[in-house]
Design a protein around this ligand. Structure first.
Ligand SMILES: *Cc1c(COP(=O)(O)O)cnc(C)c1O
Length: 363
C-alpha cells in the first residue's frame, strides 16, 4: 500500500533520541531550549515556546491573547477540528466564515462581514501548506483591533511575501504530529514577537507558574510541556526541512503536469506571492470525471493507493459545534464534496508517483 503519509526518520533521529534517554534527563531541559532558539531563528521571530501538541499550541495561544468567555473568534469551517476545539476550550464562541474556493483558505471579505462588538480574534489556517491572504487579513485585524493567530500546523517552512510562516500573525501555532511535514510523533510550537504573549504562554503550559518562581502560581494552567526526547528528534527534523519541502514541491510539479489537462480534475492553485509547502497535494474531482470522488477513492484503494479527504464535513455540522455562529458556507461545502488528497510525502519513490499518475490517467 502506498500510504498517504510516511515520516522521514533515520539514524540521526534515533541517535539523538537515544542520547537524551541515556542522559536520564528525559523531561524538559536544555534540548527543548535549544530547539526553541533554533525554531524562532528559523521563523524569524523573537520567541518560540515548545508545546506537547498543535492543539495545545492553539489553546495556549488563545489563553495568552486573553480570549475568554463572551468573546467571538472568527475562523474557517474547512479545517481540522482542533482549530475550533481550542476556541471552545477557552470558553469563546467560534464564528465560521466561508473560504476562497481557489485557495481553500479563509476569505478575508467574509471575515470583515462577520465582525461584531464581541469579536476578539481570527484564527487563520494555512490549509494544505499554502499561506492565506495575510495582507488583507492583517488590514482587517488592525481596523477592528483583533488578534490574529496563525494555525501553521500544515505550513512549516512556507513563505508569504518574503515572510516565513510563523511570523505572519500575532501568534503562530505549529504541529509536529506524525503526519506533518516535520515530526516528533506528538508536539507543537508557538512563535511570536510579543514578549507578554510569550511569557503568558510559558506560564500556561507550566501550571500557571510564574516564569521565575517555583510554586508561585499566578493563574490557572496545565502541563503542556514538550520533552527533551521530542526536541532532540525535532532538531534533526529541522535540519531536513528544506529537503523535505523541496521534495514535496517537486512531486507537486510532476502531478500538476500530469493532471492539468485531464477533464474532471482541477489541480491546486499556487498564488504568486506564497511558497506552498504541499503538506497535502489536493485535487478536485468534478462531475466531469468518469468516476465520482468516492468511487475514485475506492478504485485507488483497490490498486494499493491510499488517499484522503481533508475535510469531509464542515466543523459546524458536528454536534458540539452546532451552537457556533455561521451562515451556510457554500464554497466550503462544495470543496468538502470535491477535494481529494494524494500521497506526496518525500518517502515516496518516483516510481510510486508515476504509478499513481498512470492509475488515475488510465481512468
Ligand atoms: C494537525 C493540525 C492541528 C492539530 O495538531 P496536533 O499536533 O495534532 O494537536 C491543528 N490544526 C490543523 C490545521 C492541523 O492540521
Amino acid at each position: 500500500m502506498i500510504t498517504i503519509s510516511n515520516p522521514i526518520i533515520d539514524k540521526h533521529e534515533v541517535k539523538a533520541a537515544a542520547k537524551v534517554l541515556y542522559s536520564r534527563n528525559i523531561a524538559q531541559g536544555n534540548v527543548v531550549h535549544i530547539l526553541e532558539n533554533n525554531f524562532s531563528k528559523f521563523c524569524g521571530t523573537k520567541f518560540a515556546v515548545a508545546i506537547n501538541s498543535g492543539t495545545s499550541a492553539l489553546h495556549t495561544a488563545l489563553y495568552a491573547a486573553d480570549i475568554h468567555t463572551g468573546d467571538e473568534v472568527i475562523t474557517t469551517p474547512f479545517t481540522f477540528v482542533a482549530t475550533a476545539n481550542a476556541i471552545l476550550m477557552v470558553g469563546a464562541l467560534p464564528v465560521f466564515v466561508d473560504i476562497d474556493p481557489i485557495t481553500y483558505n479563509i476569505d478575508p471579505q467574509e471575515i470583515e462581514k462577520a465582525v461584531t462588538k464581541k469579536t476578539k480574534a481570527i484564527i487563520v489556517v494555512n490549509l494544505y501548506g499554502q499561506p492565506a491572504d495575510f495582507g488583507a487579513i492583517t488590514k482587517i485585524a488592525k481596523k477592528f483591533k483583533l488578534v490574529v493567530i496563525e494555525d501553521a500546523a500544515q505550513s512549516v517552512n512556507a513563505v508569504y511575501k518574503g515572510r516565513k510562516s510563523g511570523n505572519l500573525a500575532d501568534l503562530s501555532c505549529f504541529s509536529f504530529y506524525a503526519t506533518k511535514n516535520i515530526t516528533c510523533g506528538e508536539g507543537g510550537m508557538i512563535t511570536t514577537n510579543n514578549k507578554s504573549y510569550f511569557q503568558k504562554a510559558k506560564q500556561f503550559i507550566n501550571h500557571g507558574q510564574k516564569t521565575n518562581g517555583i510554586y508561585e502560581y499566578v493563574d490557572i494552567g496545565l502541563n503542556l510541556r514538550m520533552t527533551d526526547i521530542e526536541a532532540a528528534i525535532l532538531l534533526e527534523q529541522l535540519k531536513k526541512v528544506d529537503w523535505i519541502t523541496k521534495q514535496r514541491q517537486e512531486y507537486a510539479k510532476i502531478y500538476n503536469k500530469a493532471f492539468k489537462n485531464i477533464t474532471g480534475i482541477e489541480i491546486p492553485y499556487i498564488s504568486s506571492y506564497t511558497n506552498h509547502v504541499f503538506h497535502q497535494y489536493t485535487i478536485r474531482i468534478t462531475k466531469d470525471f468518469p468516476l465520482s470522488r468516492n468511487q475514485l477513492i475506492a478504485y485507488l484503494q483497490n490498486k494499493g493507493i491510499q488517499t484522503r479527504v481533508y475535510y469531509p464535513k464542515l466543523l459546524y455540522k458536528y454536534p458540539h459545534l452546532k451552537k457556533s455562529i455561521h451562515k451556510e458556507c457554500r464554497s466550503a461545502i462544495k470543496a468538502s464534496n470535491e477535494v481529494l488528497s494524494l500521497p506526496i510525502h518525500p518517502a515516496l519513490t518516483k516510481k510510486e508517483v508515476n504509478f499513481i499518475i498512470e492509475t488515475i490517467s488510465s481512468i
